[in-house]
Design a protein around this ligand. Sequence first.
Ligand code: 15L
Length: 265
Amino acid sequence: MSRILMTGASGGIGTRLRKLLPPIYPDLLLSDIRPPKDLAPNEQFKAADLSDLAQCEAICEGVDGIIHFGGYSVEGPWNDILQANIIGGYNLFEAAYRKGVKRVVFASSNHAVGFYPRHRRIDTDVTVRPDGRYGVSKVFGEAVGALYADKHGLKVTCIRIGNCDEKPLDHRRIAMWLMPEDLVQLCRIGLEHPDIHFEIFYGVSLNERAWWDNHRAYEFGYRPIGRSEDHVAHAMAEQAKLKPDPIGDHFQGGAFCSNEFDGDA
Ligand code: 15L
């Protein structure tokens, strides 16, 4: 695997992975709508608006594998999600196919299944339960990935990321924290493992209180090293600053579920 494209390079996760990926993939092309503010002279960057297929094709030229973190990363107005994640997500897979890219790792999200209650332990075969327009767009991305894998032989890995940060940020994130180094492991499986056809993994570290059965990732060799229990004091101190959220605190998706909620509790 030689030339790797990472979209969303200016975003939160992209910024972290820009530091961790170059030793593994020295020929790393970064892309986003705007360049990262601290772009270094030795980093390669090409701007692209994913809602434009021609721009997607331009960044896919000569690329072997893609880590797709680009798009809208939280709940937002329909038109923003539509352009960045629905049209942008479709364009990315279509451009990859047209340009002969072999593998795509797609940053899906826990919000594809956010309306499962926290007492349910779920694997990746459950019916999707998105908790907003953003979650729906992640389900769409997974579906497009499956289509391009089954119909065109693209090797696709979707990672339903919990929350990727240096530490778990609150009580909910104790269950779903993903250490950046563990995300790198999952990306490497998607880009390199010989048996990938189409897979969905949970992007979660070695968290004792995880809600997710991530056995598929372990079967592909995933061995996470992050443990959220090591950061519980920090997470709970942050949690104490938050207001109770009876709906959000019940569901895995947290505040994404209580946002605009007027259903049956
Ligand atoms: C996500 O999918 C978002 O991209 C991220 O910003 C967090 O909000 C995360 O989910 C989360 O659920 O904590």
